[in-house]
Design a protein around this ligand. Structure first.
Ligand SMILES: [Zn+2]
Length: 61
């Protein structure tokens, strides 16, 4: 397989795992690739894209 982008799989605090990359706005987003059995967040379904938490997305406002 060829790597198309800087894709990194990261574990979320809830236990899910997401493949992260930057979207066209430069935000770090993740596609859920592993759903934690204990995760309570309905948006963390396989294949869903979520905004990743982190200081790169933090805004000093
Ligand atoms: Zn989750």
């Amino acid at each position: 397989m060829r790597s198309m982008a800087e894709e990194i799989v990261k574990a979320l605090p809830c236990g899910c795992e997401a493949r992260t990359y930057r979207d066209f706005l430069g935000r770090v987003v993740g596609t859920i690739v592993t759903r934690s059995p204990t995760c309570q967040r309905s948006e963390h379904a396989l294949g869903q894209t979520v905004i990743m938490p982190g200081r790169e997305n933090a805004r000093p406002e």
